[in-house]
Design a binder for this molecule. Structure first.
Ligand code: ADP
Ligand code: MG
Length: 625
C-alpha cells in the first residue's frame, strides 16, 4: 500500500489531509488554499473546471456550473429531497434510467457518481501537484446518516476518479479521531457539525481507545445556505420597497445577491456591522442602472437566524435522548463545519451543552484531518518529512481539463470569464466568492407499494464484530502526532452505528425492522418470513429505511426477488432474509428459501444507479487523461 490521503468531500467545500512525519496536515492547492469549493463547471472553451475556479463561474454560467451535487448523489428523482431541490438548481437535472437523476451540462449527460468523480479527480491531482507523489489510496468521509446507496455511490465516484477506497468513514467519527482523545481515556463527546446545507449531531463514546458512535441525528435541510437566504430575503424586501422591483425576477441578479449575502454573513462572524453595494443590480425607467447599498448589523442577523439555530439545538436534545444521556454526562464537545464560526451558534451550543467547545482544529479541516489519520492507521504509510519536488509541475486547472472528453461548444453570451469584485459590484474585503443558493423544503412523498409477507419470530442475532485501536495523543503545538498503528488491528478500528432502522415490508402495509437504528456496524441480522398467500411462487422483498411501523412513512431502498418457490399453503414455505452492513456502512441483502436453499443476493443499488459496465467505461474515460 502506498500513502493514503483523507478526503472530506463536503456538500459545499472539500478538504484533503495527509499524514507526514507523524503529523496530520491539510493538503493545500497551488495557491495555498486549504478548502476547495465542491463545485465543477463546464467551460465553453472545453475545459472542465473544479474547485474555486468552478465556483467563480456560478454567477456567469449557472447552467453549466454544478454545485451541491452531494445532495443528489445516491438519491432517486422521486425521493423526498429531490422532489423540491431539482427545481431550485439553475443547472438541469432530469430523470435518467431507473429514476436516478442525470445532470445535463454543455451538451453532456452526467450521472452523479461521474460529477463527484470529477471533483475527486481534481483533488487527487491537487495532491500529486502539492505532494509530488501520486496518491491512489483514500479514506473518504460521508455524513453519518448517509444510507448504503449514498455510500456505495461515493465509492463508485472514487473508483472512477482512480482511487482505491480504503474506507468510507463517518464525518463525526473522523472529527473525533482528529482530536485524538487518546491516552486510554473514557469520554463521551458530542460532535456538532453545522455546514453549508446540513446539520448533524453525533454522540461518540471513547473507552480504552475504542470509539463507539452512540447516536446520530441531523437535519438534511439546515445549514449556512439557509442563513444566506435570510439575508437574501431581507435584501430583496428592501430593494422591492425602494425601487418597486423584485430582484427575484432576474436569476443573474439573484445569484449576485446570494454571493454577496454569503460574504456579508461570513463578515458578520467578525464584525458588528457590514455594508455592501451591488452596482447596476437592476435598471430603472429609461434603462438607468440602479446600485443597491445594503447594511446589516450582527444583532439583526442574529435575530433572523435564531430560530434556525434553535432547531439545531432541538436536534441535539433528540440525539442525547437517543443515546440515553444527558448533557452533564458528556465530557467534550467538538465543533465542525463553517457555520460554527457564527458567534450566535457558538453561544447557543455552549449554553446548551454547558461547556466550552473544542475548537483547536479549524472546523473546516477537522474532518479531513481525522480521515488522514485513519488512512494512515490503515496503511502505516506516511509522507517523509521533506517534501519531494514534483518532477513536472502541473497546474490544477490543466489537470482538470484533461478529465474532460468532448464538449459540444455552447457559447455563453456572458461577459467575462473571471468575475472580479468590480463585476459583482461588491464593496467588501476579499473573501471567498459565492455560495450556492439555498434549498427550500417540501414534505415527504408516500412510499412505494409493498408486498404481502408475514413475519415469523426473529432469528437470534449474529455476533457483532468489534475492533479496537489506539487514539492519538495531541502534541503541544496543536497539531497531531500519530503513533504507529498495527495495520491489521486498524482494519476494524472504529465502531460505528447505522443511522436509520432497516427492514422489509410485510402484509398490511407494515414494516418489519431487521436492523435497528443505531445498531453497531459491521452487523448481520436475519429474520424468517413466510409466504402470505396460497400457492405463492415468488416474493418480492422490499427493503425500507426508517423506524416507522408503516411502510409509507419509510424510504424504499431497493428490492430482492426470490422466485421458484414451491406452491404450497400460505405460511408453509419459510424465507430467511439476511441483512448485512459492512464497515463502510453499505447494506447487503440476501433472501434464502429455507426449503431449497436457493438464494438471491443484492447489494442495494451498489453502483449508485450505474451498472458494472457503465462504471468500467467511466473508469477508463477518466483514466485516459
Ligand atoms: P459542508 O460540510 O457543507 O461542505 P462547510 O463545513 O465547509 O460545509 O461549511 C460551509 C458553510 O460555512 C457555508 O455556508 C459558509 O458560508 C459557512 N461559513 C464559512 N465561513 C464562515 C464564517 N466565517 N462565518 C459564517 N459562516 C461561515
Ligand atoms: Mg462538512
Amino acid at each position: 500500500m502506498g500513502i493514503a490521503v483523507g478526503i472530506d468531500l463536503g456538500t459545499t467545500n472539500s478538504c484533503v489531509a495527509v499524514v507526514q512525519a507523524q503529523r496530520a496536515r491539510v493538503v493545500e492547492d497551488a495557491t495555498g488554499k486549504r478548502i476547495q469549493p465542491s463545485v465543477i463547471s463546464f467551460h465553453p472553451g472545453g475545459a472542465t473546471l473544479a474547485g474555486l475556479k468552478a465556483k467563480e463561474r456560478l454567477v456567469i454560467d449557472p447552467k453549466n456550473t454544478i454545485y451541491s451535487f452531494k445532495r443528489l448523489l445516491g438519491r432517486k428523482i422521486s425521493s423526498e429531497e429531490m422532489q423540491h431541490i431539482t427545481g431550485e438548481f439553475p443547472y438541469s437535472v432530469s430523470e435518467g434510467p431507473d429514476g436516478i437523476p442525470v445532470i445535463q451540462a454543455r451538451g453532456q449527460e452526467l450521472s452523479l457518481p461521474e460529477v463527484s468523480a470529477i471533483m475527486l479527480k481534481y483533488l487527487r491531482e491537487m495532491c500529486t501537484e502539492t505532494l509530488g507523489v501520486d496518491i491512489d489510496e483514500v479514506v473518504i468521509t460521508v455524513p453519518a446518516n448517509f444510507n448504503d446507496v449514498q455510500r456505495s455511490s461515493t465509492k463508485v465516484a472514487a473508483r472512477i476518479a482512480g482511487f482505491n477506497v480504503l474506507r468510507i468513514l463517518n464525518e463525526p467519527t473522523a472529527a473525533a479521531l482528529a482530536y485524538g482523545f487518546g491516552g486510554k481515556l473514557t469520554e463521551k463527546i458530542a460532535v456538532y457539525d453545522f455546514g453549508g446545507g446540513t446539520f448533524d449531531i453525533t454522540i461518540i463514546e471513547l473507552m480504552d481507545d475504542i470509539f463507539e458512535v452512540l447516536s446520530t441525528a441531523g437535519e438534511t435541510f439546515l445549514g449556512g445556505d439557509d442563513f444566506d437566504e435570510k439575508i437574501v430575503e431581507e435584501m430583496r424586501r428592501q430593494f422591492l420597497f425602494m425601487h418597486r422591483y423584485d430582484l427575484g425576477e432576474d436569476p443573474v441578479a439573484m445569484q449576485r445577491v446570494r454571493t454577496v449575502a454569503e460574504r456579508i454573513k461570513c463578515q458578520l462572524s467578525n464584525l458588528d456591522e457590514v455594508e455592501a453595494t451591488l452596482r447596476e443590480i437592476a435598471y430603472g425607467p429609461g434603462g438607468v442602472a440602479i446600485d443597491f447599498s445594503f447594511k446589516i448589523t450582527r444583532a439583526k442577523f442574529e435575530s433572523m437566524i435564531e430560530a434556525l439555530v434553535d432547531k439545531s439545538i432541538a436536534t441535539c436534545q433528540e440525539s442525547l435522548k437517543l443515546a440515553r444521556l444527558d448533557v452533564s454526562s458528556l465530557d467534550n464537545l467538538i465543533l465542525v463545519g463553517g457555520s460554527t464560526r457564527i458567534p450566535l451558534v457558538r453561544r447557543k451550543v455552549k449554553e446548551f451543552f454547558n461547556r466550552e467547545p473544542r475548537t483547536e482544529i479549524n472546523p473546516d479541516e477537522v474532518v479531513a484531518i481525522g480521515a488522514a489519520i485513519h488512512a494512515f492507521s490503515l496503511t502505516g504509510e506516511e509522507l517523509p518529512e521533506d517534501l519531494p519536488v514534483p518532477v513536472e509541475p502541473k497546474s490544477g486547472m490543466d489537470s482538470a481539463q484533461k478529465i474532460q472528453k468532448t464538449i459540444m461548444g455552447l457559447p455563453t453570451p456572458l461577459k467575462s470569464d473571471e468575475p472580479s469584485h468590480e463585476d459583482q459590484g461588491l464593496d467588501l474585503p476579499d473573501v471567498l466568492p459565492q455560495a450556492p443558493p439555498a434549498i427550500p423544503k417540501k414534505p415527504t412523498p408516500p412510499a412505494p407499494p409493498v408486498i404481502a409477507m408475514e413475519p415469523d419470530p426473529p432469528a437470534p442475532p449474529i455476533d457483532l464484530v468489534a475492533g479496537e485501536d489506539r487514539i492519538l495523543p495531541k502534541d503541544e503545538k496543536g497539531s497531531f502526532s500519530i503513533p504507529m498503528v498495527n495495520a491489521a488491528a486498524a482494519s476494524t478500528l472504529l465502531l460505528d452505528v447505522t443511522p436509520r432502522g432497516l427492514g422489509v415490508a410485510t402484509a398490511g402495509g407494515y414494516c418489519d425492522q431487521i436492523i435497528e437504528r443505531n445498531a453497531a456496524i459491521p452487523v448481520e441480522q436475519s429474520r424468517l418470513f413466510s409466504t402470505s398467500t396460497d400457492n405463492q411462487i415468488e416474493v418480492a422483498i422490499n427493503i425500507f429505511q426508517g423506524e416507522s411501523r408503516r411502510v409509507e412513512q419509510n424510504t424504499l431502498l431497493g428490492q430482492v426477488q426470490l422466485s421458484g418457490i414451491r406452491p404450497a399453503q400460505r405460511g408453509e414455505v419459510k424465507i430467511k432474509v439476511v441483512f448485512e452492513i459492512d464497515t463502510d456502512g453499505i447494506l447487503g441483502v440476501s433472501a434464502v428459501n429455507e426449503e431449497t436453499g436457493a438464494a438471491q443476493d443484492t447489494r442495494i443499488q451498489l453502483l449508485g444507479g450505474l451498472n458494472e459496465d457503465q462504471v468500467n467505461a467511466l473508469v477508463s474515460k477518466y483514466s485516459k487523461s
